[in-house]
Ligand binder design. Sequence first.
Ligand SMILES: C[S@@+](CC[C@H](N)C(=O)[O-])C[C@H]1O[C@@H](n2cnc3c(N)ncnc32)[C@H](O)[C@@H]1O
Length: 361
Amino acid sequence: MGTHQSSMIKKKLSEDAPSETSPDFAAKLEKSSLNSPQSDAVKRSVSISQTGTSQKYELRAAHVNALVAKTWNPNDPQSWEPEMREYHALPNSDYMLPNDAVEQDRLEMQHYVYRAAFEGDIVCPTVKQLVQSPGYKILDVGCAKGFWLKCVKKENPLAECHGVDISQTLVDQSSPETDGIFLQFGNVLETLPYEDNTFDFTHQRFLVAGMPREKYPDALRELIRVTKPGGWIELVEADVVIYNAGPYSQTLTTALFDGFHRRGLDTYAAVNLPFYVKQVADNVENKEDKVLHLSIGWGSKMGILFGADCKAGVLGMEDWMHKSMKLSRDEYRQLCQGCYSEWPEHKSFSQVRALYFQVKK
Ligand SMILES: C[S@@+](CC[C@H](N)C(=O)[O-])C[C@H]1O[C@@H](n2cnc3c(N)ncnc32)[C@H](O)[C@@H]1O
């Protein structure tokens, strides 16, 4: 994108800057600055994203490339034309991402990227062993169409796999290919449809966009309730921040921060996960975590695929973002193009944390 176009967009954005920017938001932005000590630490360990993956979890190129093509096919307007996308129709929901088949393909593609990055579907080493036992009962909260559960079940056929999602459409569309996967509607912000102490392992990944900050501890209490004493819980969340951001990505991130903060959502879920868990500390033991940094659109094959995932993600938000940023659709797309080209140049990356703990006996 030319400098002239870019400064036009930036000028327009600064003229229309949201008036209700909260001090909290400003402080978070300050914190996100690449000069902060936290980001220096992040920068130092960025090489983690470039480590190879074990053969077992290597990205299955043909399958994943097919998903990329379905998600991001220039010849298929449904993969990028916002008028053709479908969004969650939930009461009081302002979820920014679509709810359609293209978005499900993106999430599945993303699933394979994280699976390769964490070298498995499950991060907790103890659970990786236990899950092989007959009848080991697993719950995935926010399971979408159940692609995480399908991978777990394939590797651990003796496990009993359950999933809940707030989207009845997704649950209805899912077609678990294996017996022993049970999906149903469930909202972790209310009461999950299970008795106390039901599961040996409860997994929840990437719910930050639908989980206001002040509700996260209550949601954790709900996960603890349905997990057996001595059972394990694993949470995986990513920051919404693009680290090592260039000017376009910084602009995009600022608008995303604003949207998240207006909805009371956490833009630093990977950073803040330990603080949420601290609030339920009385019920928790043997807590550990693992933080990864994924390059966006550069470096390893994983980074290139993660770039495709991020591209599809920001396009999926076009409907909401262009209005919120007071840009035309064309201007928003130009901004996205600017981001794509600067990710490799600036060595941009994303931060994700997997945190697991045992429910006290
Ligand atoms: C970003 S997707 C992540 C899907 C999957 N967990 C993964 O890691 O790929 C978030 C999913 O959580 C679901 N969700 C959002 N809020 C929820 C809630 N309160 N309770 C249950 N599911 C929820 C959404 O419908 C969506 O399918």
